[in-house]
Design a protein around this ligand. Structure first.
Ligand SMILES: [Zn+2]
Length: 264
């Protein structure tokens, strides 16, 4: 381990003391983040959404197809708070194939945030005026390397570059039917992340499926009944009746499904 930490951009020595810190290189002005004995470049993604636009994005998501119908009307948004969330961005290369892996730098409130994407063009050098809103990373790089091996089967030797990226987010809390929920709005593009939310009720669809199965099973018995009653002639009549029954049965089943789909 070298005693002198160097800037991950220009290689100049960094004026670093013990522990992890945010350090600006005196030579190239690059923002470095120091984790134990390693310095990595430190970026922030610029936020383009204010709290109002983020709330509007949340309402649109609530009105969308993932959530229960009318959630945008019935939910009460209680809090929309801005924060810069730390993510470790790891560029790896194995057999000529480059992969970018994102790992959380702090405890995730919404695990769906793992699906976050960070376009390289949106990354800017971290600015210390952001310190007040930035959540300090609590996941050390050693843990990130361990996750790479365990979850992605990527050895540490394949790591080309590691950066710390502070991502702008709105943490939103809302209530629906007496329960509290949390969602996260990406403040750079308005994408909404949530793992638990009032979702569409699946039971009515299952009930319709069972009903349809029973109805068609009964209809399929018609030719047998025809045969039992009047032999071969009965089969032909029964098959004709069966064909008609299949078409007729489809109407109420589709109508019911459409009704349920409209309701929930
Ligand atoms: Zn430098």
């Amino acid at each position: 381990m070298p005693d002198v930490l160097t800037c991950s951009q220009c290689g100049a020595p960094l004026p670093v003391e013990q522990g992890r810190q945010f350090v600006t290189c005196q030579f190239c002005q690059a923002e470095n983040f120091v984790d134990k004995r390693q310095a990595v470049l430190h970026y922030a993604v610029r936020d383009t959404l204010g709290a109002e636009s983020a709330t509007a994005a949340l309402r649109r998501w609530m009105a969308g197809n993932d959530t229960i119908k009318g959630l945008d009307q019935s939910a009460r948004i209680t809090e929309v708070a801005f924060q810069l969330f730390p993510m470790w961005l790891v560029r790896t290369e194995q057999k000529g194939v480059e992969t970018v892996v994102l790992e959380p730098g702090a405890a995730l409130t919404v695990t769906e945030l793992m699906e976050l994407t960070i376009p390289a063009s949106a990354m800017e050098p971290y600015d210390h005026t952001l310190d007040g809103q930035a959540i300090e990373p609590t996941v050390p790089l050693d843990t990130v390397y361990k996750w790479l091996g365990e979850n992605h089967k990527i050895p540490q030797a394949a790591v080309q570059e590691v950066s710390l990226v502070h991502v702008p987010l709105f943490l939103a809390k809302y209530e629906h039917a007496g329960r509290g929920y949390t969602a996260v709005v990406d403040a750079s593009n308005g994408r909404v992340f949530a793992n638990v939310f009032p979702s569409k009720w699946e039971a009515p669809y299952q009930a319709i499926g069972i009903l349809a199965f029973i109805a068609y099973f009964c209809a399929a018995l018609i030719p047998y009944i025809g045969y039992a009653n009047s032999g071969e002639e009965g089969i032909i009549l029964g098959l004709g009746a069966y064909a008609v029954a299949c078409v007729v049965l489809a109407i109420p089943i589709f109508a019911l499904a459409a009704y349920v789909s409209h309701k929930v």
